[in-house]
Write a protein that binds this ligand. Structure first.
Ligand code: PEP
Length: 251
């Protein structure tokens, strides 16, 4: 049975002290609660080890927002999957449209990152989604198919079991524009059918597919009620503990 998941993506926000304070507050608001979903926070690299300490003994799990496409060595400024894992993080977000768009991460580079993250025992939250131009040209299905084929469909079924898909239409990220729940459900069902074609029905049924793009406490219940939407990847609304808690409570 697949998991429901609410995952935060802090992006490049919060100093170390602010991040520790936010993780501490989130731990407090979730104390004694049994959320009906897995709760993950994705933080910048520099926060990982400290936040891992803060969330010990809580329901919160930890993710990086990226990792290097190389194993180790002379790659100044890079952070490897092994380093991420050594902090206590269990997950790594890869393929975010901001990484693809601003940092030129191609499907080939992302394939390397996915392989290294999995080889180092991390689970991957793999982001896919179309631009506004592509949506207007009705190319969204072709875009998500190519993104899956380019970076994760080479995996063996046992490896693919450690992949969570996050469908994030680029036009909805940080814009306040959310895909309607019907629009999101339609493409989530399509993504699940692609996984079924590649890995079989059971693997497809077991894969969590999250929605991302201006998801907040007010629209999460309608989105999460859809059969193929298994939770959310949350940017802006993950930066305040009460807002993030409101989304967790949608389950
Ligand atoms: C994201 O960047 O993953 C995201 C979904 O951002 P926001 O929730 O701010 O739209």
């Amino acid at each position: 049975m697949r998991k429901n998941i609410v995952a935060g993506n802090w992006k490049m926000n919060k100093t170390l002290q602010e991040g520790v304070a936010l993780a501490t507050e989130l731990k407090e608001v979730l104390k004694g609660q049994k959320p009906n979903c897995e709760v993950i926070i994705g933080t910048p690299f520099i926060h990982l080890a400290s936040v891992a300490e803060v969330i010990k003994g809580s329901v919160i799990k930890l993710s990086a927002e990226n990792c290097a496409d190389k194993e180790s060595g002379a790659y100044t400024g890079e952070v490897s999957a092994a380093m991420v894992k050594s902090t206590g993080a269990e997950y790594c977000i890869l393929g975010h449209s901001e990484r693809r768009g601003y940092y030129g991460e191609t499907p080939e580079i992302l394939k390397e990152k996915v392989d290294l993250a999995l080889a180092n025992g991390l689970k991957v939250i793999f982001c896919i989604g179309e631009s506004l131009e592509e949506r207007e040209a009705n190319k969204q299905n072709a875009v998500v198919k190519a993104e899956l084929e380019g970076s994760v469909f080479h995996l063996a079924p046992a490896e693919f079991a450690n992949i969570i898909i996050a469908y994030e239409p680029i036009w909805a990220i940080g814009t306040g524009k959310t895909a309607t729940s019907d629009q999101a459900e339609e493409i989530h069902a399509y993504i699940r059918s692609l996984i079924a074609d590649k890995y079989g029905k059971q693997v497809a049924e077991d894969t969590s597919i999250l929605y991302g793009g201006s998801c907040k406490a007010s629209n999460a219940p309608e989105l999460f009620a859809k059969p193929d939407i298994d939770g959310g990847l949350i940017g802006g609304a993950s930066l305040k503990a009460p807002d993030f808690k409101g989304i967790i409570d949608a389950f």
